[in-house]
Structure formats: structure tokens, C-alpha cells
Design a protein around this ligand. Structure first.
Ligand code: SF4
Length: 219
């Protein structure tokens, strides 16, 4: 139901590839998850995806709240939605997230999404999810998006997470963006440059009040 992601240092609620209904041309070419799907073809596609989507179907706030507090008895402070997949694939997901976040009011939730590109989904996200104090939502944006779209997100108080495979090119307002420590400050382990595992748990930037984060390309 929820998994601990060592790389981020926090718990995640993931979804399968079939949830990615709002992908851009950038996703199709550079998504790090799709790369893994191509390497671990059987284990990710056949097993994991199926389990993730089945779990998402039965997930609800009351159940997760009970599991965290009574069954696992774990002090989970933060949960990220969709380190893999798209959390807000269809409209009903918005109400599911509202239910989960409202029930688990002591947990800080973090949700990057591409669903903002769909006008109806975006309006519903702003209406139903923006008022929730323990949920921070970021619009995932990339080089396929326009300045007009970005400015429109700003006007409506969206936080954003930007990615461009060309690491030297910031196409929006450079001054607004903070370079993500996890992806920009890699360390050399003697063989290759790697993330310092668990940095998101210490950084917290993505769950601060309106933020704009620039991710470096995962090669
Ligand atoms: S900015 Fe901080 S919290 Fe956000 S992805 Fe990077 S390391 Fe994690």
C-alpha cells in the first residue's frame, strides 16, 4: 500500500504505468521509470503495475489511517504520492486523495502531477485539494510547456517542478527556481555519480509554501 523509498528517504504511494494519462513528449522520451520498465520488463510490467493499480483501487483514507496508527504503529510524517505513475489520473482520483489526506491529517503529503494540463481536472484540483493544509501539490512541467502556461500556473498559486534534459537551459523565470539538491548535488562513489540517498527527508523544499524546483537530468 505504501512503500519506503530509500532514494527519497520517505514513504510513497505509487501507481502503475497505465495511470500516466497526462504524459508529455518529454515523459515519453526521458521518464526514468519508463527506462526501468524497459530494463526489468517482466517484474515491473506484469507484477508490480498490477499490484499498484489494484491497491490504489481499494485505497481509502479510513483504511490508511487505521493501518498507520493501529496496525503498523509507525510514526509516518511524510508521504509522497506517485514517485512512480500519475496519482491524479482521472477525476475520481482527486476525491480519493482528498479522502486520504483529510483522514491522515497528521501526515504531510506531497503530490507532483501533470493533471493540471487538463482544464477540468485542474479546476477540480484547485477547488477540492488546494484548501487542504497537509497537502502540497506541484505542477510537473518540462520544456514542452509554454511561458503563458507557466505564468498562468503562478497566477493561481501553483508550485512547480521543472525538468529539461538540457541542464543548461531554464526556459521560465530563473530567479524563481531552486535547484533540487538530490539531483544537482550528486556524489562520486568511485564508479559513477549518484544521489545522496534520503535527501528529500532532510530537504523538505517541495513541501514548503509555494515552491519552484528545477530537477537535473537523471542519466
Ligand atoms: S528539492 Fe528537496 S524535497 Fe524536492 S526533490 Fe529535491 S531534494 Fe527532494
Amino acid at each position: 500500500m505504501i512503500t519506503f523509498c530509500k532514494d527519497l528517504g520517505i514513504y510513497c504511494i505509487n501507481r502503475g504505468k497505465s495511470s500516466c494519462k497526462h504524459m508529455t513528449d518529454c515523459c515519453k522520451e526521458y521518464c526514468y521509470n519508463l527506462k526501468f520498465y524497459n530494463i526489468f520488463t517482466f517484474s515491473l510490467n506484469a507484477n508490480n503495475d498490477y499490484i499498484l493499480e489494484r491497491t490504489w483501487k481499494i485505497m481509502e483514507g479510513k483504511l490508511l489511517h487505521c493501518l498507520i496508527n493501529q496496525h503498523w504503529k509507525t510514526d509516518i510524517k511524510r508521504i509522497r504520492f506517485a514517485a512512480r505513475g500519475e496519482c491524479l489520473s482521472v477525476k475520481s482520483d482527486i476525491f480519493k486523495v482528498k479522502d486520504i489526506v483529510s483522514y491522515c491529517s497528521k501526515v504531510a503529503f506531497w503530490l507532483p502531477t501533470r493533471a493540471w494540463k487538463d482544464g477540468n481536472m485542474r479546476a477540480l484540483i484547485e477547488k477540492e485539494l488546494f484548501p487542504l493544509n497537509n497537502l502540497k501539490i506541484q505542477a510537473s512541467i518540462d520544456y514542452t510547456r509554454t511561458k503563458k502556461e507557466f505564468n498562468n500556473l503562478l497566477e493561481n498559486n501553483w508550485s512547480t517542478m521543472f525538468f529539461n534534459p538540457n541542464d543548461n537551459e531554464m526556459i521560465f523565470d530563473n530567479d524563481l527556481f531552486v535547484k533540487c539538491r538530490k539531483t544537482w548535488n550528486k556524489v562520486y562513489n568511485g564508479k559513477k555519480w549518484v544521489n545522496k540517498p534520503g535527501l528529500c527527508a532532510k530537504c523538505n523544499h517541495c513541501t514548503s509554501t509555494q515552491n519552484h524546483v528545477w530537477l537535473k537530468y537523471h542519466k
